[in-house]
Ligand binder design. Structure first.
Ligand SMILES: [Zn+2]
Length: 248
């Protein structure tokens, strides 16, 4: 079965399985440009995009610089005219991004040979609007999961691309992140009446209930209140919940 499925006339999701969890990228095809939201974990993850992109100019956006969102760039159907990310996303390419790839190549020789690291060519700090022709996508910084995390909103479709700023069953929280700011930004999007569909990189696609669920989890974590995770968890999310609790 193809990992690519159609969400709207001009928006596709691309969900691939990794060892411990799945990761989802998105392709948005405008009348003039196509936009790849995250290139995922391996160049082969981009294999199905060529016929959908056609002859359009290609833009790439990285939701953040974690490996499972950026390692597929060498597999794009054509070179991107711009790769867009937060300014601290670009900074990570000179820091932890290449270290992680070296470690994985040592642990699993040959598996990652095809990966080429390509840093953002265009960066922003708070907000940026990209035009795909008649359709636009609004990028906004939403740090918390990582300092470089961003979200992307497509007003014409009411679609909010979360990266790892929200996921199901709950997000991965590093030690020392500002939960107040993270929660405040999620609440801002939850209140925005334009948002109809919420697309996290990990977990299910849904409505603003996904934002509410992440706000509840993060608020309880911040306040030291009991958290009912509510469903049987995979080993990955069992470990993540324990480390989230330790991170506070
Ligand atoms: Zn991720």
């Amino acid at each position: 079965m193809s990992p690519i499925s159609q969400l709207y006339d001009d928006i596709w999701t691309n969900e691939v399985a990794l060892d411990e969890y799945n990761v989802r990228g998105v392709l948005v095809v405008g009348d003039q440009r196509a936009l790849v939201w995250d290139t995922l974990s391996h160049p082969r993850d981009m294999a199905g995009y060529a016929p959908l992109v056609g002859e359009r100019e290609l833009l790439v956006v990285y939701s953040h610089a974690d490996w499972d969102h950026i390692w597929g760039t060498a597999g794009l159907p054509r070179a991107a005219s711009a790769i867009v990310g937060h300014s601290s996303c670009r900074a990570r390419f000179a820091d932890d991004v290449s270290v992680t790839l070296q470690e994985r190549r040592l642990a699993e020789p040959e598996t990652w040979d095809a990966v080429t690291l390509v840093a953002p060519t265009t960066t922003f700090d708070n907000e940026m609007v990209l035009s795909l022709g008649t359709m636009t996508i609004h990028l906004r910084h939403l740090p918390g999961h990582t300092p470089d995390s961003i979200v992307g909103f497509i007003p014409a479709r009411g679609v909010l691309l979360m990266g790892d700023a929200a996921e199901t069953p709950f997000p991965v929280v590093p030690a020392g992140s500002s939960l107040d700011h993270w929660i405040g930004e999620l609440e801002r999007w939850e209140r925005d009446p334009r948002v109809r569909t919420v697309v996290p990189a990990h977990g299910v696609v849904g409505g603003t209930d996904i934002l509410a669920r992440n706000i509840d989890y993060l608020t309880r974590l911040r306040d030291g209140r009991p958290i009912d995770v509510g469903e049987p968890l995979t080993d990955f999310y069992l470990k993540t919940h324990e480390s989230n609790l330790r991170a506070r």
